[in-house]
Design a protein around this ligand. Structure first.
Ligand SMILES: Cc1ncc(COP(=O)(O)O)c(C=O)c1O
Length: 434
């Protein structure tokens, strides 16, 4: 094993052996090399005459660049666009995101967390976590309603087994007893990765305070039962809470809860700030020891350096500039209100007598971009295709029964018509006996 990897491992082992044992084989072997980037970082501090280290070109004391590009990027300085950003991201952006986390998650006050590490948006953050913590056949516990890409990230790429529990119980609340049962079954292997995503894709659900408290206490109980838990909080839709759910990430409550629990927050600007194509996300660790936080950051940088090397500098610069803009809060609130109105409108429509228990019921939703219809008899894929072919309406069939509707991408004024067309499509299929 490389001596630098060993140093990181020894640090983690000495401070918290449980976290060391959570690492995958790759996670144990990975380290951030003292290669070109670290020599170049040293030079950028000390080389006052010539810096002939890094593979970019310079001209007139600036990064070399095309005028026809720069002319369109008015307001951004070449130094904040063209050079490579550090693998862990722009320091100022990381600090700004941490401030945001602390502001928006009161439970994080006085908790020990690392500086958010910039990722190429959330998929990449999830993939880094999979690289560092998932070995073939490891268990990843996830509700039965989950974002389909988890399968590629955790199962196809890393060989982990996704083990699901029903998200809702018969009272249409978070199914705490199934979650508990699923978790406690892991005492045989002594390790599990738990993946929680609220607001949830596809249902649009976020737990209420009592449910959240039960989730935390069940995780605590599992840690007491000697199960090491990597808890991934996929907070892609953070902040879009329209009703009386919790309004902060479970990350805050999990931080510092138990040494056998490693909480990792995966979030980003993608959905929160409506910049899907920018590819700016963050991965944040919570651990009691500064040394562990630093070692985990070293390993994370190692994975980034060996995969994408670094994320887009321009996207990071624009994201930072936006976070610092005087318009940020106002515009964010404006967009929130639009989505909130759409969510309320959808509920109002679904409560109409005509729709009730005819072709569908729906899963509870109170947040995020989506809601999910549960078809009573019809097949979701058949209905999806019929809606597409006959009505020009696109929806997502999650499985045989569930049809996901992204109200985030339909104007409020069109929602009535959308559900009316879905109803018509369902009626057609019923009449055809399908
Ligand atoms: C729950 C969830 N997590 C992560 C992602 C991926 O986000 P990103 O585009 O930032 O990679 C999505 C995107 O649909 C999502 O729904």
């Amino acid at each position: 094993m490389n001596v630098l990897a060993k140093q990181l491992n020894d640090t983690i082992k000495n401070e918290n052996p449980y976290i060391y044992n959570m690492l995958s084989n790759l996670g144990k072997n990975v380290f951030y090399p003292k290669g070109i980037l670290s020599q170049s970082a040293e030079a950028s501090k000390k080389a006052y005459r010539f810096n002939a280290t890094i593979g970019i070109a310079t001209e007139n004391s600036q990064p070399m660049h095309f005028k026809h590009i720069q002319d369109k990027l008015v307001g951004y300085s070449p130094k904040d666009i063209y050079p490579y950003a550090a693998p862990e991201g722009k320091k100022s952006l990381r600090e700004a995101w941490k401030e945001k986390l602390l502001r928006e998650n009161p439970s994080l006050q006085n908790k020990s967390i690392g500086l958010p590490i910039v990722t190429n948006a959330l998929t990449h953050g999830l993939s880094i976590a999979a690289d560092l913590f998932v070995d073939p056949y490891d268990t990843i516990i996830v509700p039965d309603k989950y974002w389909g890409n988890y399968h590629s990230i955790f199962h196809v790429r890393r060989g982990g087994n996704l083990v699901t529990f029903p998200l809702f119980d018969e009272k249409q609340q978070f199914n705490i007893s199934s979650f508990r049962e699923c978790l406690l079954k892991q005492s045989l292997s002594g390790k599990a990765i738990v993946l929680l995503n609220f607001p949830n894709n596809p249902t649009g659900y976020t737990p209420h305070i009592e449910e959240a408290e039960r989730i935390i206490s069940v995780l605590y109980e599992a840690a007491l039962a000697d199960i090491k838990l990597v808890v991934l909080l996929d907070d892609a839709y953070f902040g879009l809470f329209y009703e009386d759910s919790i309004k902060e990430s479970l990350f805050g409550r999990l931080a510092g809860l138990h040494p056998k629990i490693l909480p990792i927050k995966i979030d980003g600007a993608t959905k929160e700030n409506y910049v899907w194509g920018f590819r700016v996300g963050f991965l944040t660790y919570a651990a009691e020891s500064e040394a562990v936080l630093a070692a985990l950051e070293g390993k994370t940088k190692g994975i980034i350096r060996g995969t994408i090397s670094s994320s887009s500098h321009l996207s990071q610069t624009i994201t930072l500039d936006s976070l610092q803009s005087k318009w940020f809060e106002e515009e964010k609130q404006e967009k929130f209100k639009i989505l909130e109105r759409r969510a309320k409108k959808v509920k109002e429509i679904l409560e109409k007598e005509k729709y009730k228990n005819k072709y569908w019921t729906y899963y509870p939703f109170n947040s995020g971009y989506f809601m999910c219809l549960r078809l009573i008899k019809l097949n979701a894929e058949k209905l999806r295709l019929h809606l597409l072919d006959h009505y020009g309406v696109g929806t997502i069939a999650i499985n045989n029964m569930d049809l996901r509707i992204a109200f985030s991408s339909v104007e409020e004024k069109d929602l009535e018509e959308l559900f009316d067309l879905i109803y018509k499509g369902a009626k057609d299929l019923e009449e055809k006996g399908e």
